[in-house]
Design a protein. Structure first.
Lengths: 158, 765, 78
């Protein structure tokens, strides 16, 4: 099957790749670009471990085709820190011990960033419902929610 | 390691243990840098895929792989014929008794396919698409057989038989006919007939629970690379790289030393990654192709073919005096093992009444096979099921006796010296502390509204020790590399490094923990049984104390004074001399710098078989609200109280309590496998196999009590598993208090709740 | 040494027995010799509780002259 040539932007860098029509954006990120921070937990858009931001919108990259990235901008977990400075969300996840095994963490961080980009002062309920698309089996969500609320606090003050 | 006197445990001033530093591997995890099972790529890598049975029960008459082999791009094809059939014997594999005959058949079906999703063949090809195409070209001739999915039905004499050679063990005399009942076990103390005769009130109930999956977000994944000379490397997501090595070496007929297994970061296990599925297949394919083979399960495959825990039927009868003293307790447990024997019915029996001090108790259990995936361990295996039943009956007993449920438990609580139903007496345990903390907690007094109810339940799990190695390597700049053998599922690298830093008296940042592969460290049993902080901790402490002794020896030589005159304090060797002037002091970094000249590298090794793990007891409180229109149960408030012995890193202890509680909430309210009449799974995905999401649960409040375990240098007892034991009963009890309906069948999903509410209203009308 | 349940039945109903052994390995050997029906089960993954402390895979754990010993099914965990 002939591959498509795609030109796109990933974490603010221009990127080109080849992919088959049925490869998902998640497949491309992980197996073509070797950006393995986004994870496949289900392949059907139910777990959120593959969350990325596409043209400013939170999506499950397993539900987006690789070819759909053409001309768009993709933000993944790998682009969240600036140099050696962690994003406040990343820092707060560490401080609050909001991760145990860590496999869902990239998805949560990207999703939480998408939330705070549009709602800098969410309530606990708003945080919980926004993150309902990200599954975590280890933490019971408590420390994750605390970390997001704390990060929101820090980001509002700066 | 000798018992630590209790005084020493509670009085010792600790600088690092008990605090909440950032975990050393944290940055990699929040940046996506950490490498999990499927995150590795090797040059020349092939993709492996598995062909699975579409039938719940079928004889395999033949498998024709010729067309698949002929497909361009296919480099290897395997079936059971490529594996040696191993005899039915239980062999220690490290610490576990393993039936290799069953394991050989579970990884690839031989005579029969025993569940939908049972692996039948596997291929490796240059692309995933070609591998998928190759699977379609494999022709399997199945003779479909009647199947059985339910434990009670499987025990009937005319049930479809899964294994022609299964004769129930533990029954005298051995049955003449084979059946689906693999084993019968019994535990007893005293005389239950006499005990029930003394009871003023007796409650008897039967319960049904369903299989639930561990639900790890990361599917099984591995990458195997076998060289032309038979040496092999395996990268896999696992709770135990040494156990994987044992299993795979046996299955493939390899020497242990030829197989080097590296544990990737693991995206959740909970017991489900203590067994092998893809790993032996990937190795066999790689051996055929002489190229690396990567295999990853899809979520559908995870649900169809990897172990859930048992579903069960549990009958419980408890009798007590009017004053609230339990006089007799009796239980019958029937657990499904899936397609091969080995449900956790034994620990289920042993834990059922463990929180209670009983003179007369009997528990009988049956291990029963059915046409479902083979069961695997799931957090406190067997205990959540039996204790759900017992804790529900205790609650009902409290109501009948008009006693507060915590009071009833306190009147009968197991303590140090209590004899367990399975024989031995307990050492120090913290159940009473958790009950008293529950009773005193603000949660217990908070007001409730209509359709709201509060439930209490306690829980018990043993915890284990086991073979464990650890190495501390001192660098010439005084920083330390800690090599541990237990994969880090929940943040244990932090607590291990903390214990090392505490012993050495150096800052935590100077200790770098790494998880060693099978080539770099001595045999270490898997991460499980809540054993890592206990066992690896014990090994790390022993290794650290060895390093401290070596540091003192070097200082003694440098100062030319006897060893006894040198102490280790605040990360420095100090001389206990009576001379006037400044006391002599050599910090660790100084001694490390000259180590090459004072005797060579300073390394601490520990290789232990950790014994003396203490049980962890818990009491949970939950408030629920029941919506009578929809049948939805909402968790309003949850408090988990547990004895940790000593919380080395309290945040990660809390994390275990919260995570286990929420898994229990899912088990109680939504999770179950739904099969059609052909034995095919209808909900093999996270949409319809509904685990709790963020909006389903409130904050999970935690209280850590500490009844130190004298067998561990810091008093640690394992905490990881106990938290999943109380939630189901706590919630069922809360629901009963909210709407007056006791649910004895799980899950308490909205359709079931609504039906029960409607039925009750119809009866009352 | 205390036997219960399934093991008790295989030992002909004996619930409490006196047996000479200095460590776990000696005990298992002596037990298998006295009750041959028990012998095949002793390999089946049993831990030993000596005066309340559970030992898994510890052939040479010492048993004192008046120790109370139980056979307990080996526990794995998840």
């Amino acid at each position: 099957m002939a591959k498509h040539h795609v030109t796109t932007t990933v974490n603010a860098d221009p990127v080109e790749f080849l992919c088959t029509p049925e490869q998902t954006l998640l497949d491309v990120l992980r197996d073509v670009l070797y950006l393995t921070g986004s994870k496949e937990g289900c392949g059907s858009g139910d777990c959120g471990a593959c969350s990325v931001i596409l043209d400013g919108r939170l999506v499950c990259s397993c539900l987006v085709l690789g070819v759909e990235a053409q001309g768009r901008s993709v933000e993944t977990i790998e682009g969240m820190a600036s140099g050696d400075e962690l994003h406040p969300l990343q820092q707060k996840f560490l401080e609050h011990a909001a991760l145990q095994c860590g496999v869902c963490t990239p998805g949560f961080l990207v999703a939480a960033k998408a939330l705070l980009d549009r709602n800098p002062d969410p309530t606990e309920t708003e945080v919980r419902y926004w993150l309902a698309g990200n599954l975590c089996r280890c933490t019971g969500y408590d420390k994750i929610v605390r970390a997001v609320l704390d990060a929101a606090n820090v980001m509002r003050r700066s | 390691m000798n018992d630590v006197p209790m005084q020493a445990l509670t009085e010792r001033k600790l600088k690092i243990v008990g605090t909440r530093p950032l975990r050393p591997d944290g940055v990699d995890k929040v940046t996506g840098r950490a490498k999990f099972g499927a995150d590795i790529h090797l040059p020349n890598m092939l993709i492996g895929k598995v062909l699975r049975s579409p039938h719940a029960h079928a004889r395999i008459r033949s498998i024709d792989t010729s067309k698949a082999r002929a497909l361009h791009g296919v480099k290897a094809v395997i079936t059971a014929a490529d594996f040696t059939d191993l005899p039915s014997e239980f062999i220690p594999a490290g610490e576990m008794m393993v039936n290799y005959r069953d394991m050989t058949r579970n990884i690839l079906a031989r005579e029969k396919a025993l569940y939908e999703g049972h692996a039948v063949a596997a291929v490796a090809a240059t692309t995933e698409a070609i591998a998928a195409q190759a699977l379609k070209l494999i022709e399997v001739d199945y003779e479909v057989l009647p199947h059985v999915m339910d434990v009670a039905q499987a025990m009937e004499p005319d049930a479809p038989l899964l294994h022609e050679n299964m004769y129930t063990i533990g029954v005298e005399p051995t049955p003449a006919k084979p059946s689906n009942i693999a084993k019968r076990v019994e535990f007893s103390l005293g005389d239950i007939a006499a005990g029930f005769a003394q009871a003023d009130v007796i409650v008897e109930r039967e319960f049904t629970t369903k299989p639930v999956h561990q639900g790890y977000i990361e599917p099984h994944a591995c990458l195997a690379s076998v060289s032309e000379d038979g040496q092999a490397e395996l990268w896999c997501t696992t709770q135990g790289q040494f156990v994987v090595r044992s299993f795979c070496a046996k299955l493939l007929g390899m020497e242990l030393s030829k197989l080097r297994v590296t544990a990737s970061e693991i995206g959740g296990g909970f017991g489900g990654k203590t067994v092998v599925y893809l790993e032996p297949l990937a190795l066999a394919l790689s051996r055929q192709a002489c190229q690396p083979v990567k295999m990853v399960m899809s979520r559908t495959e995870v649900f169809q073919a990897s172990g859930p825990t048992s579903g069960a039927k549990v009958w419980v009868k408890i009798g007590a005096t009017r004053a609230g003293r339990i006089t007799a307790a009796d239980a019958l447990l029937k657990y499904q093992a899936g397609a091969f024997q080995g449900s956790p019915v034994q620990p289920g029996c042993m834990c059922a009444f463990a929180p209670y001090d009983l003179d007369n108790v009997r528990v009988i259990g049956y291990d029963v096979v059915v046409n479902r995936p083979k069961v695997a361990a799931y957090r406190a295996p067997g205990a959540p099921i039996s204790e759900f039943a017992v804790e529900s009956v205790i609650d009902e007993l409290a109501q009948r006796l008009k006693l507060d449920p915590i009071e009833l438990r306190l009147k009968n609580a197991a303590k140090e010296g209590t004899r367990a139903a399975y024989g031995p007496k307990f050492g120090p345990i913290g159940l009473v502390q958790t009950l008293e903390a529950a009773r005193a907690h603000a949660h217990y007094r908070a007001p409730l509204k209509a359709n709201q109810g509060r439930g209490v339940a306690s829980g018990f799990w043993f915890n284990i020790g086991g073979e464990t190695c650890a190495t501390l390597n001192l660098g010439e700049d005084g920083t330390v590399t800690l090599v541990a053998g237990t994969p880090d599922i929940g943040g244990s690298r932090a607590s291990l490094a903390m214990m090392a830093a505490e012993e050495l008296g150096i800052p935590l940042e100077n200790v770098r923990p790494v998880i060693g592969d099978t080539g770099t460290l001595g045999y270490t049993f898997l991460t499980g049984g809540s054993r890592v902080t206990f066992s690896s901790g014990m090994a790390v402490v022993e290794a650290a104390r060895s390093v401290v002794r070596q540091l003192r020896e070097r200082a003694a030589k440098i100062w030319e004074i006897p060893l006894e005159s040198v102490i280790w304090e605040d990360g420095c060797a100090r001389a206990l001399t009576g001379e006037g002037g400044k006391p002599k002091e050599l910090p660790l970094a100084e001694i490390a710098k000259s180590a090459g000249k004072t005797g060579g590298p300073i390394v601490g090794n520990a290789a232990i078989s950790a014994q003396g793990a203490g049980p962890s007891l818990a009491t949970h409180l939950v408030d629920v609200e029941v919506d009578r229109e929809t049948g939805k149960i909402t968790i309003l408030r949850y408090t988990a109280i547990q004895d940790a012995g000593r919380a080395v890193h309290p945040s990660y202890v809390e994390g275990q309590m919260q995570g286990g509680a929420v898994q229990g909430i899912g088990w109680a309210l939504n999770e179950e496998y739904i099969y059609d009449q052909n034995g095919r799974l209808e909900n093999p995905g996270f949409l319809d196999y509904r685990i709790p999401v963020c909006s389903d649960v409130p904050m999970i409040d935690t209280v850590i009590v500490e009844a130190p375990n004298p067998r561990h240098p810091y008093g640690v007892r394992g905490v990881g598993e106990t938290p999943i034991v109380p939630p189901m009963a706590a919630i069922a009890n809360a629901v009963e208090h909210a709407i007056g309906i006791r649910f004895t069948e799980l899950p308490m999903s909205p359709p079931r709740v609504l039906k029960a509410i409607d039925d009750k209203q119809a009866v009352q009308a | 040494m205390v036997l219960s349940g399934t093991l008790k039945e295989l030992a002909g109903g004996a619930a409490q027995i006196e047996i000479e052994a200095g460590n776990v390995r000696q005990l298992l050997r002596a037990l298998g010799e006295r009750y041959p029906a028990l012998a095949p089960h002793l390999d089946d993954g049993y831990a030993i509780a000596i005066d309340g402390q559970i030992f898994q895979d510890a052939w040479f754990a010492p048993i004192g002259p008046d120790s109370e010993v139980h056979l307990v099914p080996a526990i794995r965990g998840g």
